[in-house]
Design a protein around this ligand. Structure first.
Ligand SMILES: NC(=O)c1ccc[n+]([C@@H]2O[C@H](COP(=O)([O-])OP(=O)(O)OC[C@H]3O[C@@H](n4cnc5c(N)ncnc54)[C@H](O)[C@@H]3O)[C@@H](O)[C@H]2O)c1
Length: 402
């Protein structure tokens, strides 16, 4: 019989729905409480649990109070990035295991402090890099591991974000003091996937980027935002082109184009390019090995496919020598979220190892931070600092049973 788990959530905004997948009372896992600094968000969270699960959850304005009163077995942290370090360290110091949304922190030092606190308190820590549970990334990795393209030498990711204006320039995301950069905020996922596909981490990064569109559009007056100034909404797809739109966050300091080059410890050369005002939305990866090339056309829908070219042809063919179709079951990455949340609850029961470790989350932060520094310093290359040995080699599940 599984022991019962009492879980809480810090930050009841958009991403708090992640916790809903963990809430399985029949399996002995319950979300019992949540916190948010905004009363509207607390009320909406309570109402969601009442309607969706017939469950009463207690809510707190102060996360410290929730942790002190609720005797939690684990906590999901789904607050804005600038809150992660303080909240994760507090929970860990109270010996409450943490599921921490990406990016782990907005500075390298902050991410290292989180890992060090988990290490010192021997309390489980997991990084919320759910892209490692997506179908297209897994299929690409399987192809690489089975040798379909030989030895990986280059990985290039182009990231088209049609909803970038709505999701990242209407609220806290737009301001670098909250995020460091959207290269880190959004790109942490892809930097991590590049590391995962290459089976190595970056040692050096440089980049260019610009604040090329949204900073010039009409903004909301400061202090006159939506009832909850932290919550952006995805608006109508008719809001096009972006230059015809308005009502942006009062403080825009982040770039809307970010482009970085990475050199990995095993010699793989990689690049990541992100634009927040494309007409369409997709993460497009190409992986080049010594015996072939992979590319995903689309990343979620049932029309999405991975093309594998492994015979020479001195022309371009839309279809590869092999086409690997995606099932399209995971349109809004619900399946990936279910899978990663299950791993967290299994870790709490001493029965699982994470697919995305705190160390990999920390290296994604390091590349995002150093890449942003390069973009803001004329494209100079920056070395990625290594983790201290004790943290590099630590099993952050702290379980003897795995
Ligand atoms: N893995 C993914 O697919 C994915 C997707 C979206 C967001 N995220 C991550 O999730 C996190 C949250 O993003 P979001 O889009 O849900 O943001 P959001 O703004 O919708 O929600 C954040 C919530 O935290 C609350 N909050 C702010 N400060 C707080 C504090 N001190 N204590 C308690 N609550 C506080 C806000 O009021 C808000 O309700 C971010 O770190 C983001 O990077 C991950």
């Amino acid at each position: 019989m599984n022991r019962k788990l009492r879980l809480g959530i810090i930050g009841s905004g958009y991403r708090s729905t992640l916790a809903d997948y963990a809430h399985l009372p029949a399996d002995g896992v319950e979300i019992v409480a949540g916190t948010d600094i905004f009363p509207e968000q607390r009320a909406a969270f309570q109402e969601r649990y009442r309607q969706k699960f017939g469950q009463t959850v207690r809510v707190y304005a102060d996360y410290h109070e929730m942790i002190e009163r609720e005797n939690l077995d684990g906590v999901f942290i789904t607050t804005p990035d600038y809150c992660h370090e303080e909240q994760a360290c507090y929970a860990l110091r109270c010996h409450v295991p943490v599921y921490l949304e990406k990016p782990l922190a907005i500075t390298i030092e902050g991410a290292d402090r989180i890992l060090q606190t988990a290490y010192d308190t021997r309390t489980a820590l997991m990084a919320g890099h759910n892209m490692r549970h997506m179908e297209f990334t897994n299929r690409m990795r399987e192809l690489i591991l089975t040798g379909a393209i030989g030895e990986v030498k280059a990985i290039w990711c182009r990231h088209f974000i049609s909803y970038g204006g709505d999701a990242y320039f209407r609220d806290w995301h737009a301001d670098r003091s909250n995020t460091t950069s959207l290269l880190l905020q959004k790109g942490a996922h892809d930097i991590d996937i590049i590391h995962w596909l290459a089976n190595a981490r970056s040692v050096r990064v440089n980049g260019f980027g610009a604040s090329s569109l949204y900073a010039g559009l009409a903004r909301r007056p400061a202090g006159n935002g939506s009832p909850c100034p932290c919550v952006a909404e995805i608006r109508s797809q008719k809001a096009w082109p972006p230059e015809s739109t308005a009502d942006y966050y009062p403080h825009i300091s982040n770039e809307d184009i970010n482009m970085i080059n990475m050199q990995l410890s095993n010699g793989v050369q990689a690049s990541y390019m992100q634009c927040h005002f494309t007409p369409d939305a997709c993460r497009n990866y190409t992986v080049i090995g010594t015996k072939g090339r992979l590319e995903n056309y689309g990343d979620t829908a049932s029309t999405a496919a991975i093309q594998l070219w492994n015979k020479r042809s001195d022309a371009f063919h839309l279809e590869g020598t092999e086409t690997i179709r995606l099932s399209g079951r995971d349109e809004k990455h619900v399946e990936a979220d279910r899978a990663i949340v299950k791993i967290f609850t299994d870790i709490l029961r001493g029965k699982a190892a994470p697919v995305s470790s705190p160390q990999s989350g920390r290296y994604a932060v390091a590349v995002g931070c150093c890449g942003a520094q390069s973009i803001r310093n004329g494209g100079n290359p920056f070395e990625i600092p290594a983790l201290p040995e004790n943290l590099e080699n630590c099993d952050f599940t702290f379980s003897q049973n795995i």
